[in-house]
Design a protein around this ligand. Structure first.
Ligand SMILES: [Zn+2]
Length: 267
């Protein structure tokens, strides 16, 4: 190769190198791209917990108990609180009126274990939303077909409300729920008999409720305690969205040194 040609070749090589040599080498760039895909961050690289309005990541829940509560009663137990020293509370939602796709994102990104107690006549044609929630880790439970107040209704009517919704949920989600929440949190012994006959193993009420005015307590201390079952709702409440109510509640949960457990692990 003559000298001018060699110089030209060198120049060309140098140009080529400078043109495709950004500050980061290609392998590192590829590595970063892969990492970006798996990191649960938003588009701007903001951690998921910040995006959802929390100051710190939600602590992981402790390992679930090896032997969930074993009840030896003929009728399903009625629980509003789980006796446990694990520093967890449980988030439950009723009816199924609000179907916000961003709530699905929130449950997925925060890996939030939530239990949805669904009423068929309220969910209406919106079961797809709850299937998406179930696919990101929510559990689906029974809250009757048509949301009547149960006390005083005859056995056949109560049984139809509970067993009917068991069948609906089985056909929609492929699972027959074990947990039942009576509308308005009211029940009588006929409710418990009907629930047992429909395959329900626990009737779930709540000790604390997240309302637009803050947390209210149905009994006991006016503060969150380990094992509390919390109703985030009610759906019909005006004011902040389900997402906003959940964020406010999670901040309170974190401020109390608690985290969120999966109710079904404890019942
Ligand atoms: Zn309800």
């Amino acid at each position: 190769m003559s000298r001018p040609r060699a110089t030209a070749a060198l120049l060309a090589a140098a140009l080529l190198l400078s043109a495709c040599a950004p500050s980061v080498d290609p392998i590192e760039r590829l590595g970063r791209k892969a990492a970006d895909r798996v990191r649960p961050h938003g588009p701007a690289g903001v951690p998921a917990y910040r995006q959802w309005g929390l100051a710190a990541p939600l602590s992981p829940a402790p390992r679930p108990p090896l032997h969930p509560l074993a009840f030896r009663t003929a009728l399903p137990p009625v629980v509003d609180h789980i006796p446990t020293s694990d520093r967890v509370v449980f988030l439950t939602y009723d009816d199924g009126a609000e179907k916000d796709p961003r709530f699905v994102d929130m449950v997925r990104e925060l890996r939030l274990p939530v239990s949805m107690f669904l009423t068929d006549s309220v969910v209406g044609p919106g079961y797809g939303h709850f299937a998406r929630l179930q696919s990101v880790g929510a559990s689906v439970q029974n809250h009757t077909l048509d949301h009547p107040a149960m006390p005083g209704l005859p056995y056949a009517g109560q049984r139809a409300e509970i067993c009917g919704q068991q069948e609906k949920l089985k056909s929609r989600f492929g699972i027959r729920p074990r947990l039942f929440r009576p509308p308005y949190g009211t029940y009588d012994t006929t409710t418990l008999r009907a629930a047992a006959d429909c395959g329900v193993t626990a009737v779930v009420l709540w000790r604390a409720a997240m309302t637009p005015d803050g947390i209210t307590y149905r009994n006991g201390d006016k503060q969150l305690r380990p094992g509390d079952i919390i109703l985030v709702g009610p759906d019909e409440a005006l004011g902040p969205s389900l997402r906003e109510r959940t964020t406010r509640l999670l901040r309170r949960v974190q401020a109390s040194g608690l985290t969120v457990g999966r109710l079904e692990d404890y019942l």
